[in-house]
Design a protein around this ligand. Structure first.
Ligand code: NAD
Length: 332
């Protein structure tokens, strides 16, 4: 029995996290979910979108599964998702992007693992108006944060028999901030002589991933580029409904899908639960339940390959409940 914090989130969050609870139980792993919530739904009761009990629960259980949380655009509170990462110093945003057998995509050959710096860059939240007609956002890059994310990418590559790490930046223009990131990446790479290292300017990286996806393996990027390139990769593998993720540091792990709260389909039983299910497979791997994780991933691939019970984003018309039950029916 594992104790895991569950943050259902809002929008499609509660629907897709319910699916995870069902599938994991059907796969035979016993989890005692400690449910706490964050976001607009709790604002009235707690006076904040991120109650302290959410952070305390994650610190206590060390492992959490999180549904997406809506962030108001422009005005309103700042992103709860970013706040959780920053307050707990979850410095790694891990986002594997692999084309699964049967996934509806025009592309082939992509199997990359993205390491996105998760605590600074343009997400440091330092913004101000300059008079009435201008605004300034400050991008922070430190040696410490750059070094630990690059090292995490190399350690992952080493442990998972990956052959190459690519550092992605815009150091031709941002000579100081991205220049530092690139310089640190080059220094860390020297400690891993068995892993091929190269670097790419972010715009070129985007084109390369579309044209030559098979040439890339582990990517390490500053915060904003990591966010954008992971959505690009989500598009290449068949959409946001298929892309898992995790926020990690050396002690804590918060697993979540790459996608957001999808307000356009929330509450309609239309959301694809596969992205968060694949995130839960990363969680099961993390807990040492590799067999259950493999069982769930194979069941998902079988459902994709049969292409009979698929949600709307994958070209079908099945509901969240129907695809969840179909995945459960394919478990060993
Ligand atoms: P989104 O990912 O919510 O949706 C983009 C498009 O993809 C929509 O058309 C949506 O219907 C579709 N989609 C996303 N996930 C899907 C799924 N599982 N199944 C089927 N279709 C799916 O992105 P957005 O619209 O830019 O953001 C909505 C809200 O989510 C915003 O408030 C944003 O800040 C927030 N957000 C939260 C997180 C997070 O919690 N980590 C991440 C990204 C965005």
């Amino acid at each position: 029995m594992y104790n895991v914090t569950l943050i259902p989130g809002d929008g499609i969050g509660p629907e897709v996290t319910d699916a995870v609870k069902e599938v994991i139980a059907a796969a035979g792993v016993e989890i005692d979910w400690e449910e706490v919530n964050a976001g607009t739904n709790v604002m009235e009761e707690y006076g904040t979108p991120l109650p302290e009990e959410v952070l305390e629960s994650i610190k206590k259980n060390k492992v959490a599964l999180k549904g997406p949380i809506t962030t108001p655009v422009g005005s309103g509170f700042r992103s709860v998702n970013v706040a959780i990462r920053q307050k707990l110093d979850l410095y790694v945003n891990l986002r594997p992007a692999k084309i699964l057998a049967g996934a509806p995509t025009k592309f082939e050959g992509l199997d990359v693992v993205i390491f996105r710096e998760n605590t600074e860059g343009l997400y440091a939240g330092i913004e101000h108006n300059v008079g009435d007609d201008a605004a300034e956002s400050i991008k922070i890059t430190t040696r410490k944060a750059s070094e630990r994310i690059v090292r995490a990418a190399f350690e992952y590559a080493q442990e998972n028999d990956r052959e190459q790490v690519t550092a992605v930046h815009k150091a031709n223009i941002l000579k100081l901030s991205d220049g530092l990131f690139k310089e640190v990446a080059e220094e860390v790479a020297e400690d891993y002589p068995n892993i091929e290292f190269n670097n790419k300017i972010v715009d070129n990286m985007c084109m390369q991933l579309v044209q030559y996806p098979e040439d890339y393996d582990v990517l390490v990027l500053p915060n904003l580029y990591g966010d954008i390139v992971s959505d690009l990769c989500a598009g290449l593998i068949g959409g946001l409904g298929l892309t898992p993720g995790a926020n990690l540091n050396d002690e804590l792990a918060v697993f979540e899908a790459v996608h957001g709260s999808a307000p356009d389909i929330a509450g309609e039983n239309k959301a694809n639960p596969i992205a968060i299910l694949l995130s839960s497979c990363l969680m099961l791997d993390h807990l040492g339940e590799e067999t259950a994780a493999q069982n769930i991933e194979s069941a998902i691939e079988e459902v994709l390959q049969e292409a009979e019970v698929l949600t709307g984003d994958l070209g079908g018309n099945a509901s969240t409940d129907e695809i969840t039950n179909e995945i459960i029916s394919k478990l060993d």
